[in-house]
Design a protein around this ligand. Structure first.
Ligand code: ADP
Ligand code: MG
Length: 593
């Protein structure tokens, strides 16, 4: 074939490939534009994993009607004037390529309005060619709908993965931006169903709770600014890191941002890991969301088309700043044996036991055998200890204190006395916590006790429920369920975890609820299906409010709770107890001066 110049159309499609690789890249670029436009609310909707349609709406500045067509031209940007500006980039975009590239490979509609103009603009393009541009009304802001991605580039369309995979990539980008911009409210819908929403209240911890679930989100430690900034004064490190008791099997939960931009950087990731030196089991990695802020001139973001790689002027300094900030956070906020613990006033930090104490408690918990029996007087439960009992290692300095049962209120709350005053314990929440930690401990040692049904039971579920359970048969079996698909939407149940079986819950009840929970929790990254299942099982097995308990039963309950690693909350994050200190009581009675 003779040599020829490629038509402009083809050139633009090829270049588009660099920026627009898959639906998630479209979401990323459009969301970045919304952020740059100062949006407070950003809503992303997809259909069929983004292959059919992606729509991003914001309440940002909008594009003036005179500039809308220009925005879709290659290298058209409002964010960069001279090449010199490349060293002072404070926006996410700067190449002026995204809109043109996306438009080149889709059918795109943009509706936008700036506040200063009474009416907005609707621009439609197909494969980069303008097909309509008319006036249209809408509140200030921008909506961009991208349909039939790669309709004119079959080669690329072929490389798209399953809808599920594409959705996963979109989830990844959206949750990252939600973490980087907690002051923006992000909403994500797939096929009309809301799967993620961040509150937009400026609090990163609240976003983490949405992304990783309540248990992890609540436990994360806020990175403390270093006491003496020393030589890293103009590098600011903020964010959250997991306490050493939470860890994951890979580095994928370490998320890094530099000046509000998500980056992949092996060295900085290692800086975070290194800060946990000796604190984590071998082969385990922390969770972290680390935000680095530094002068734009000290970091080059113009390295890679997707801008997820950056180059630092002084990489060592950034490494040190991150490593130190994380290390200091761990040393000051999460007790490790080397650091002397001093008791802080009257407020007992229950959750903050030392690693050694945690280890001991874990052992004791493993030796604990809870037993629920159903007799004539209704449900009774017992905790039996193998070998040593409480007291063998003394009360924990920082654990929950030893408690003396005073009585029960409303067949729901246990009243107890401790060295620090009065404690009210929610019996259901406390029992849930005990069962939950025990079940997970058994799971970890592969010793979950299950009870075979007298006769296998066939239960009929909704198609979605059956599909979800089938997908997670492994997780279910590790927790003591023996179930198998039995044709159609039915499952045959041979055995269940002993704790639920003995609590008299039917297989249908358990499985329906478990499936509903898994579905409800199918959020991006929201880790562990087994924990979701365990939470449900323990909720159903735990004694309910309204059950009168004997003093011995209450004592056993408190003793078991003392052994828990996180005794203060139930697995769903509700408190298990309320504390009223002696000082508080004195104040209430007007005894203190
Ligand atoms: P870049 O973001 O690199 O400038 P884009 O092609 O993504 O390039 O966007 C081109 C221009 O269109 C932007 O510079 C901006 O002025 C405008 N723009 C794009 N999206 C929006 C939006 N959601 N709100 C307001 N302006 C936008
Ligand atoms: Mg852009």
């Amino acid at each position: 074939m003779p040599i020829r110049i490629l038509p402009e159309e083809v050139v633009s499609q090829i270049a588009a490939g660099e920026v627009v690789e898959r639906p998630a890249s479209v979401v990323k670029e459009l969301v970045e534009n919304s952020i740059d436009a100062g949006a407070r609310l950003i809503r992303v909707e997809t259909e069929r994993g983004g292959k059919k349609r992606i729509r991003v709406s914001d309440d940002g500045r909008g594009i003036p009607s005179a500039e809308v067509e220009l925005a879709f031209r290659r290298h058209a940007t409002s964010k960069l004037a001279m090449t010199d500006d490349l060293s002072r980039i404070t926006t996410l975009g700067f190449r002026g390529e995204a809109l043109a590239s996306i438009a080149a490979v889709s059918r795109l509609t943009c509706i936008t309005r700036v506040e200063e103009e009474p009416v907005g603009t609707r621009l439609q393009l197909e494969g980069g060619r303008q097909v309509a541009c008319i006036e249209d009304g809408r509140p200030p802001g921008t909506t961009i709908a991208v349909e039939d991605l790669f309709f004119n580039v079959p080669a690329r369309r072929k490389f798209l993965r399953t809808e599920r995979t594409e959705r996963g990539h979109i989830d990844g980008w959206l949750t990252r931006y939600a973490m980087a911009y907690p002051e923006i409210g992000f909403t994500l819908l797939h096929d009309g169903k809301m799967v993620f929403q961040s509150p937009g209240n400026g609090r990163l911890r609240d976003v983490l709770i949405e992304v990783y679930g309540l248990e992890v989100g609540a436990a994360m430690l806020a990175i403390v600014p270093p006491e003496r900034p020393m030589d890293v004064a103009n590098i600011q490190v903020r964010g959250f890191v997991s306490p050493p008791s939470f860890h994951r099997a890979n580095r994928g939960y370490i998320t890094l941002f530099v000046n509000g931009r998500w980056v992949q950087d092996a060295r900085l990731t290692y800086a975070v890991i290194q800060a946990y030196h000796t604190m984590l089991p071998v082969g385990r990695y922390p969770l972290a969301v680390v935000m680095v802020r530094m002068p734009p001139a000290d970091v080059d973001v113009n390295v890679h088309p997707t801008k997820s790689e950056v180059r630092f002027r002084d990489g060592d300094q950034v490494f040190r700043a991150v490593q130190r900030a994380v290390r200091q956070t761990l040393v000051t906020q999460s007790p490790i044996p080397a650091v002397g613990q001093t008791r802080v006033g009257a407020s007992v930090e229950w959750g903050a036991a030392s690693e050694q104490q945690r280890g001991e408690r874990r052992q004791r918990l493993a030796a604990l055998r809870p037993r629920v029996t159903r007799g004539e007087e209704g449900e009774q439960f017992h905790f039996e200890f193998e070998g040593h009992t409480r007291g063998s290692s003394g009360p924990d300095e920082q654990g929950i204190p030893p408690l003396r049962v005073v009585g029960q209120i409303g067949a729901t709350y246990i009243v107890a006395e401790g060295p620090e005053g009065m404690y009210l314990i929610d019996q259901h929440a406390a029992h849930e916590r005990v069962l939950f930690e025990r079940l997970l401990a058994e799971r970890n040692r592969a010793t979950v006790v299950s009870q075979a049904l007298l006769e296998p039971e066939v239960v009929e579920l909704s198609p979605q429920a059956a599909a979800l359970l089938e997908e997670h048969l492994d997780a279910l079996s590790r927790l003591g369920f023996q179930i198998e698909p039995f044709g159609g939407h039915t499952m045959r149940v041979r055995a269940m975890p002993t704790i639920v079986a003995q609590a008299g819950v039917t297989p249908l009840q358990v499985l329906e609820d478990v499936a509903a929970d898994i579905e409800a929790h199918q959020q991006p990254l929201s880790g562990d299906v087994e924990e979701i299942v365990a939470r449900r099982v323990c909720k159903q097995a735990a004694i309910k409010a309204g059950q009168v308990l004997t003093t011995v039963e209450m004592q056993e309950m408190l003793r078991a709770l003392e052994l828990c690693l996180n005794p203060r909350t139930c697995p769903h994050g509700r408190p298990t107890m309320i504390h009223m200190s002696v000082a508080q009581l004195a104040r209430e009675f007007g005894r203190s001066e």
